[in-house]
Design a protein around this ligand. Structure first.
Ligand code: M6R
Length: 609
């Protein structure tokens, strides 16, 4: 997904900008570019493909300046190409911009600029209109021109602009797309995401919606939409840039799978006080608020949505309150039944997923109370929520989400328990039992990770399969969806997940001797029913990999292979059951020679609709 980096300082802007763009590579992109003000003109250089292609065309010494803006693009309007890559310039080359987001009325603006000003567009992008708009309003004051230009624009944007006549500054503006200013010494930065800046700065300002910021080497000045100067608190970034390195693992995904015990432990630790009680530090939702809710709505996308599927069942079971769940892209367009008695839970690793953010705003506009489960501190979802349960997974770099999922599950358990307790639905014994089960999870996940070699051997055996099904009942059906998504997104194998009891209503028609079925059977009270479902598919010739808790070995009689996870309460088994599925997906993709951390067509953070 698109990334913005800008630098204003003493010299060598291009090095800082390129370095920042590389830090954002993990988000996925198809082209990259940079613009520098040189000798009274803006010189733009850009190239389709990886940043190294761009580096080859900017290494001449004459291409240098103390100010620069750069961009990595993930195509939305117009194919990936040199021309469509950012930055974009205006007609006479005196202005350049980089843009994240979508300008919804760009066609209208484009026609108007062509008709009234004879503008000739070079690219197919929506973003190019921004450069031309700023160009026609520019009269020696870049800030004024940017402010005037945004009055014409509808949609979502984070924009950074430079002008040839003011080669000592960057002006940036945002609406519904993240933007952060980094505070350096004798230099300052602008970026779409904090990781781009971490090598150089730790202190940042978050730029809020409809704010404009002017950066010079000695100053960062933020203005609100009325042009009034805004005082913003400095945010200190405590996470370590090295956390984003692979630390000896072949891929970020494998590293992140192995980081799960730590992430789960940390997420629990932050919410348990010394007496083992759930602490709600920083959460404003009261017991009375909880009693007042008549419904919970969980909304998210992809893996986060799958965490929500488990969350729904757990909250209903423990807190005894009805829970609806939806994918964010559907929720926002169907006039959902939400009001001031609804607790709306948004789940998002990045906190920048546009569909989730838009759904959150829709729910908020209807009076719902917003609680989010987010990994990225200070992200848009976090900032727009009434309360935030952070997942302490650390930065997740691989496109395929792993440690975010298991830590999201932990938050769902804590929320369910807290609500259950507040409503009197969870008694002391059940509360203690569940907390003990949760606290035991890091060690149990470690035990599952020790089976990596055996699971890799299974992946080697089955990596040539073209159709792999995942089945389960109850909580296992939720985990099946996640196992299937993991496999398809990184290995490109066709995969399908279905509640096991539903198979006989149609999907079982697809089962034959070529099919592999991964059958999850971790729910004690559904175990026998699950074994019957396995027998049904096996009778059609499918090969079976069973997944069960230690001690539940009857499954061996109906499976070709079995993976065991440690004994645990049914409620928490998703945290253990998903880990072998993540490892299996990882090794299948590896044996198929796939680009595991950056699968084709996917981006880490989906900030467009
Ligand atoms: O950042 P978010 O959690 O909001 O992202 C939601 C999905 O885009 C994300 O989970 C996606 O499905 C992952 N690639 C799955 O591995």
């Amino acid at each position: 997904m698109c990334g913005i980096v800008g630098y204003v300082g003493e010299s060598q802007a291009k090095e800082k900008v390129i370095d920042g763009l590389k830090r954002l590579e993990y988000r996925g992109y198809d082209s990259a570019g940079i613009a520098l003000p040189i000798n009274g003109q803006i010189e733009i250089r850009k190239h389709v493909g990886e940043i190294k292609n761009l580096e080859k065309i900017i290494n001449d010494e004459s291409y240098n300046a103390a100010v620069g803006i750069g961009h990595t693009r993930w195509a939305t309007h117009g194919a990936p190409s040199d021309i469509n890559a950012h930055p974009h310039g205006n007609q006479d080359g005196s202005i350049a911009i980089v843009h994240n987001g979508i300008i919804e009325n760009y066609q209208e603006i484009r026609e108007w600029l062509t008709r009234e000003y004879g503008v000739e567009f070079k690219s197919e992008t929506d973003s190019e209109v921004i450069a031309h708009l700023i160009g026609i309003y520019y009269d020696g004051d870049l800030l004024a021109a940017v402010n005037r230009a945004v009055e014409e624009m509808r949609g979502a944007y984070a924009v950074a602009a430079i002008a040839a006549d003011e080669p000592d500054k960057i002006v940036a503006v945002r609406k519904d797309a993240p933007l952060v200013a980094g505070i350096g010494k004798g230099c300052n930065f602008i970026a779409s995401d904090i990781p781009a800046l971490l090598k150089y700065v730790r202190e940042v300002y978050f730029i809020e919606n409809n704010e404009t910021v002017v950066l010079t080497k000695d100053d960062i000045v933020i203005y609100d939409e009325n042009g009034k100067q805004v005082k913003r608190d400095v945010f200190h970034v405590s996470w370590d840039a090295d956390a984003a390195e692979k630390e000896g693992y072949d891929h970020f995904m494998l590293k992140e799978i192995h980081e799960q015990p730590k992430g789960i432990g940390e997420t629990l630790l932050r919410r348990l006080d010394e007496n083992g009680e759930i602490n709600l530090d920083g959460i404003t939702m009261t017991k009375e608020d909880i009693e007042n809710f008549n419904k919970v709505y969980i909304v998210a996308c992809g893996t986060a949505y799958h965490a929500g599927l488990v969350g729904k069942m757990i909250i209903e079971k423990l807190a005894k309150i009805p829970v609806e769940i939806d994918v964010a892209s559907e929720f926002r367009y169907r006039d959902p039944f939400v009001d001031d008695k609804t607790l709306f839970i948004a789940i998002s690793q990045s906190g920048e997923t546009l569909d989730t953010l838009a759904a959150l705003r829709e729910a908020k506009s209807k009076g719902a109370r917003i609680l989010s489960v987010v990994n990225v501190v200070g992200s848009s979802v976090a900032r727009e929520s009434d309360d935030v349960f952070y997942t302490w997974a650390g930065p997740e770099i691989a496109v395929a989400s792993t440690k975010a999922y298991t830590t999201q599950l932990i938050c769902m358990y804590l929320i369910a328990l807290y609500m259950g307790r507040a409503k009197g639905a969870v008694d002391d014994a059940q509360y203690k039992f569940m907390l003990d089960e949760l606290k035991a999870l890091p060690e149990k996940v470690e035990a599952v990770l020790k089976q990596e070699d055996a699971i890799a051997a299974l992946a080697k055996k089955y990596h040539h399969k073209e159709h792999i099904f995942f089945i389960g009942r109850g909580l296992d059906s939720g985990v099946s969806y996640e196992g299937s998504l993991k496999l398809k997104e990184i290995s490109y194998i066709h995969s399908f997940a279905i509640a096991a009891g539903e198979l006989k209503h149609g999907t079982i028609a697809l089962m034959d001797t070529e099919t592999l079925v991964i059958a999850l059977a971790t729910q004690d009270f559904l175990y026998e029913k699950m074994v019957s479902n396995i027998v049904e598919v096996r009778a059609r010739g499918a090969r079976i990999v069973g997944l069960a808790k230690e001690g539940k070995d009857e499954i061996e009689k109906v499976s070709d292979e079995v993976i065991y996870v440690p004994e645990c309460a049914d409620e928490v088994s998703p945290v253990l059951a998903v880990v072998p599925l993540q490892i299996f997906a990882y090794y299948v993709a590896k044996y198929r020679g796939c680009n595991i951390d950056k699968p084709k067509n996917l981006a880490k953070s989906v900030t467009v609709e």
